[in-house]
Write a protein that binds this ligand. Structure first.
Ligand SMILES: [Zn+2]
Ligand SMILES: [Zn+2]
Length: 446
């Protein structure tokens, strides 16, 4: 939105020609124009609901007031440029600098201003930076054009509060090279629509006492002598869990050697048969295979995209340590998932398809043979014709353990199977817990 356009709109509003201003705004495709339009509408409604115009200042034109508010709105829009963007994409906006509050611990005056009242206006006592607190949101006092020079320095000789950039104490002249900085309060955060409460006046003496107790070790930080979980407990639990899991795995892996006798043979030979058939299938229309026919298409969700959908904001108050705090608005873009549609094609296609298996087999030591399936119009590429699509064979030895009568089956290679005589002795490892045969350990006994 250009400056000329904005100025023209302002002039029109100033002379009360809202309709023309609206017409111009409607032709501009720009978020600012949209916001101004929105504001204009809201204000027109507000004006029409309040016909009482007697509180208007004399001389003000009907549009003048509106223009001021629109200009104010425009300044707000312009101010909404983030002061920084964090690594996670959070945009941080400046929401002003305000005074911390403090209470005088000598005369009991409360709600003194952190920046303005460096001394108690009632009794003259110096401000103790440890007594600062955040005000309630409704009681915040803004500081215009605040120059932040770091947290206050506390003179090591006389405890006087000095500006963050002072080199010598303003009270006693001592150098501030080794001076401590004023301590700061933890930042506060609130969600959109909520209000900050006062963080409450502070009991400086009690805090000092508790800090001292923590320092000498009588009190644990963050709670009154709280019983904490011993540091070794989680580690001990992890070790215990590892030992138990390891034990279970070891038990499952453990085997015992078993002497077994061969009591039987079995074999199977299979041929997989396919048929050239018309089958239904579907694919995204940009990748339909050649040869597809009877195609119909339908819109379906192919993927999702993340669309920006407003933003989520929270407000943070950060203690500057110099009697002020800064307020920041932190906003992140919210996203919603939106389906992306595409054409899905449903079609028929002729292709080789699994049809059946022809099987031959036996339960004794004999010469195995392949099944002889009858194939319909074998190997021709016509609907209803069949073809072979792979062969497989399996040879199994059946054993019995003489001591407990349990039987075990092991698949073996053809040569081993063909050469294994009934009643021959074999060694086999068997799972200690589950009693399962570990067939890769199978060996003929000497
Ligand atoms: Zn006082
Ligand atoms: Zn000093």
């Amino acid at each position: 939105m250009s400056q000329e356009q904005l100025q023209r709109v302002q002039e029109l509003i100033a002379s009360g020609r809202y309709a023309e201003a609206r017409a111009i705004l409607q032709t501009i495709d720009h978020p600012e124009a949209a916001r101004l339009l929105e504001t204009l509408t809201a204000m027109e409604q507000a004006t029409s609901q309040q016909p009482a115009e007697d509180d208007r200042q004399p001389g003000a034109t009907p549009g003048g007031d509106l223009l001021t508010r629109l200009q104010q709105r425009r300044r707000e829009v312009e101010r909404r440029a983030p002061i920084r963007t964090e690594a996670d994409g959070t945009r941080v906006y400046d929401a002003g600098t305000y005074q911390m509050l403090w209470d005088c611990q000598y005369c009991g005056t409360t709600g003194l201003l952190g920046l303005t009242h460096r001394f108690c206006p009632n009794c003259g006592a110096a401000q103790n930076p440890d007594s600062r607190y955040y005000p309630a949101e409704d009681a915040m006092v803004a500081v215009e054009n605040h120059e932040y020079v770091g947290a206050d320095l506390i003179c090591p000789s006389c405890d006087a509060l000095n500006s963050g950039k002072a080199e010598f104490c303003g009270n006693c002249g001592a150098p501030l090279t080794a001076a401590a900085r004023a301590k700061t309060l933890e930042a506060q955060t609130r969600a959109e629509g909520e209000k900050f409460a006062s963080s409450g006046s502070r009991d400086v003496v009690k805090e000092k006492f508790e800090a001292e107790m923590t320092r000498v070790g009588v009190r644990k930080p963050g709670g009154a002598a709280a019983r904490r979980t011993p540091a070794w407990l989680p580690i001990a639990l992890i070790v215990l869990a590892v030992v138990i899991c390891g034990g279970i795995v070891a038990a499952l892996l453990a085997t015992r050697d078993t002497s077994v006798t061969l009591i039987g043979h079995s074999w199977t030979r299979e041929i997989r048969i396919e048929e050239y058939a018309a089958v239904s299938d579907s694919a995204w229309c940009d990748s339909v295979p050649a040869g597809a026919y009877s195609i119909s298409r339908r819109q379906e969700v192919r993927s999702h995209r993340q669309v920006p959908d407003g933003e989520e904001c929270s407000t943070v108050r950060v203690d500057n340590g110099d009697g002020t705090f800064r307020m920041e608005q932190r906003c992140r873009t919210r996203y919603r998932s939106e389906p992306v549609y595409d054409d899905k094609c449903y079609f028929t296609i002729n292709r080789w398809t699994y049809r059946r298996v022809a099987t031959a087999g036996g339960q004794r030591l004999e010469e195995p043979y392949w099944p002889q399936p009858a194939l319909a119009c074998a190997n021709q590429v016509r609907l209803g014709c069949e073809r072979e699509a792979g062969r497989s064979e399996q040879y199994t030895l059946i054993f019995r353990a003489p001591e407990d009568g349990k039987t075990y089956e092991c698949p073996v290679a053809y040569d081993v199977w063909r050469g294994a005589a009934l009643d021959s002795r074999w060694n086999l490892e068997v799972g200690a817990v589950l009693g399962d045969a570990r067939c890769d350990s199978l060996q003929r006994a000497e």
